[in-house]
Design a binder for this molecule. Structure first.
Ligand SMILES: Nc1nc2c(ncn2[C@@H]2O[C@H](COP(=O)(O)OP(=O)(O)O)[C@@H](O)[C@H]2O)c(=O)[nH]1
Ligand SMILES: [Mg+2]
Length: 322
């Protein structure tokens, strides 16, 4: 999963990159971060797993020349705003996305229609219909993400910006955050988060003891940086499930509402093809029982079929025919 940071010069983009990756952004523009998850660590411990594999998230802080291409290639966008009127800025950016997507889609539609006049292809016809519908949505002033899924094959490879989930990070001083709190919201594929990037960076760079003292002194209860991965999952509409064995304990993402069969497909297409059943426990049950053998003894393993809707924090063991 790749997230691309953008925003105006001096907004705090590189500062956000440094916070999220722990790296100096001036030298590096791309970093892969392991999303630490204490639930997975506990599950691995009771099972005695040899290694832990976390979810990997790539963050990009592109140079201004590369920004648009990187944004088009990203799975999600992080917009950093430092502005006296942040909502205004956010609206402006979202409007610009609509305009750019309109241009992209109009070009694609023209080419697809030309092609269709030569070759009456069903897939092409579906694509034309989807693009026409998308152009309608855009002309109503709505982003594509509210109506379409980013997995829709009709739009794949087009780099449509308003189809991508976005987190607007409003960079403000801690003193101002209480009055800006009302900006914070989450809607489908979109979140607004208010955070003081410079202060959070300084706090994260100081030792644990010092950080505690400073936070108390300033009356800061929590750092947004520490919950940021969760914010990303929410904006991208993802849940996390685990596979836990003797060899490896591993975290996986799945779109919310995804089924056991789709989860199996994430692990391996062969596992999905030969799917027999899913053995399921919540990570709490798993840890309390002391892993698979404990669950087995207590008769607490749930047997679920292909259509089971996976929940955030589920531990899954997919039985399949080779
Ligand atoms: N005063 C102030 N400076 C900030 C804030 N956030 C970032 N900066 C500083 O502004 C400069 C630009 O920040 P940077 O993260 O490099 O912005 P970028 O151009 O968007 O990458 C740096 O010197 C930061 O230390 C802020 O909230 N207040
Ligand atoms: Mg920068």
């Amino acid at each position: 999963m790749k997230l691309v940071i953008f925003g105006q010069p001096q907004a705090g983009k590189t500062t956000l990159f440094e916070i999220l990756t722990g790296l100096g952004g001036r030298e590096k523009h791309l970093a892969v971060v392991k999303a630490k998850d204490p639930r997975l660590e506990e599950a691995a411990k009771v099972e005695g797993s040899g290694r832990i594999t976390y979810i990997h998230i790539s963050f990009v802080d592109p140079s201004s020349r590369e920004t648009l291409n990187e944004m088009r290639a990203g799975d999600g966008l992080l917009h950093v705003v430092r502005d006296d009127n942040p909502l205004n800025r956010i609206d402006q950016v979202e409007k610009e996305f609509l305009q750019r997507d309109r241009e992209t889609l109009e070009g694609t539609l023209e080419r697809a229609k030309k092609e269709f006049s030569k070759r009456k292809d069903k897939g092409l016809e579906r694509k034309i219909k989807a693009i026409e519908r998308a152009l309608e949505i855009l002309s109503e002033g709505k982003p594509l993400r509210e109506t379409f899924s980013r997995d829709d094959v009709e739009f794949s490879g087009l780099g449509l910006l308003s189809l991508k989930p976005i987190i607007h990070v409003v960079n403000s001083k801690f003193e101002e955050i209480p009055s800006l709190k009302t900006l914070e919201q989450t809607a489908k594929g979109r979140a607004v988060v208010v955070m003081d990037l410079l202060t959070e960076k300084e706090l994260l760079q100081s030792g644990e003891e010092e950080r505690k003292l400073l936070m108390e002194e300033f009356g800061i209860k929590e750092l947004k940086a520490e919950k940021f991965v969760q914010t990303i999952y929410e904006a991208l509409d993802l849940l996390v499930f685990f596979t836990v064995g003797k060899k490896e304990a591993r975290a996986w993402t799945l779109k919310k509402g995804g089924t056991a069969l789709e989860a199996a497909g994430k692990i391996h297409t062969d596992i999905a093809k030969g799917f027999v059943r899913a053995e399921v426990a919540s990570w709490e049950e798993f840890v309390q029982a002391g892993g698979w053998s404990g669950l087995h003894r207590a008769g607490k393993i749930r047997m679920e079929g292909k259509e089971y809707k996976v929940k955030d924090g589920d531990v899954l063991n997919i039985r399949f025919n080779k």
